[in-house]
Design a binder for this molecule. Sequence first.
Ligand code: BV8
Length: 252
Amino acid sequence: MSTFSQELLEKLATAKSVGVLTGAGISVESGIATFRGHDGIWKKFKPEELASMDAFLKNPELVWEWYEYRRQIIYKVKPNPAHFTLAEMESCYPEFTISTQNVDGLHALAGSKNILELHGNILYNRCNQCGKKFKDTGYEKGKPFQYCNCGGKIRPDVVWFGEPLPAQELEKSFNVAAKSDVYFSIGTSANVYPAAMLPVEAKLYGAYVIEINLEKTTLSGQVDVSFLGKAGEILPEMWQAVQKYKNKKISI
Ligand code: BV8
């Protein structure tokens, strides 16, 4: 059981604007392995071997197989208490925005509305050339590649290393960080840029920054408070403590 300081409870009880950055760690308790954590899927591969345009052009079958493998996992998993708690929190603040690095769509499935997908969404595809989106066109091992009618190859609709993040989502995410009273960094090693800059930006603009992660990260020394543990346990406990604190304040 974690303990929460009076300062943290007061900040979360009185905040008007809350921003959240989530990473692969928030989906671990739903059954999706992280990239770099001790069980990381990228232990077997290096990111540039899979999540990059070079990899796709060099070995499109390997890249597609990796995405199909991850899709099959994602089709079967459900949001966990951390996702549901964020969805509940969203309705209690005038401004509440999640900027996620995840491509699994679990925040939306949990009921969150205000979501900025910084790295795309694995359940969709797009043309590598003209950017046209495709829902059900995918890849089947041994079957010929699917092409867009512009002649471009169809690929997963995610942001690969070396590719720019969607400009609108990125700009909005930095605006949210700059005006947040409280900013969360949840389940991310804070290794991947420019997303990893968001909690630092929030801190720079005066936000109270809370990290929840299984392991220490490069961010841990820069935030106001860092909780080491599972997001699916700590976040619901924290939110419960805030409700209790708010009720106690009202009853006095
Ligand atoms: C770009 C989508 C420029 C695909 C992914 C500085 C500025 C800008 C760029 C760079 C820069 N420095 C370096 C770069 C280049 C690069 C980069 O950041 N490299 C890193 C490795 C150094 N960045 C880019 O290439 C970005 N593009 O900047 O383009 C540009 C501009 C104009 C024109 C052309 C180019 C693109 C980055 C996006 C790459 N795509 N994913 C896919 O998913 O297949 S990244 C991938 O990593 C995922 O999105 C993942 O979410 C993300 C970040 O990782 P995390 O989410 O943090 O996951 P990780 O495993 O690392 O950590 C999980 C944590 O959870 C662990 O710490 C673990 O302990 C913890 N945990 C585990 N269980 C739990 C838990 N925590 C809580 N509870 C639990 N139960």
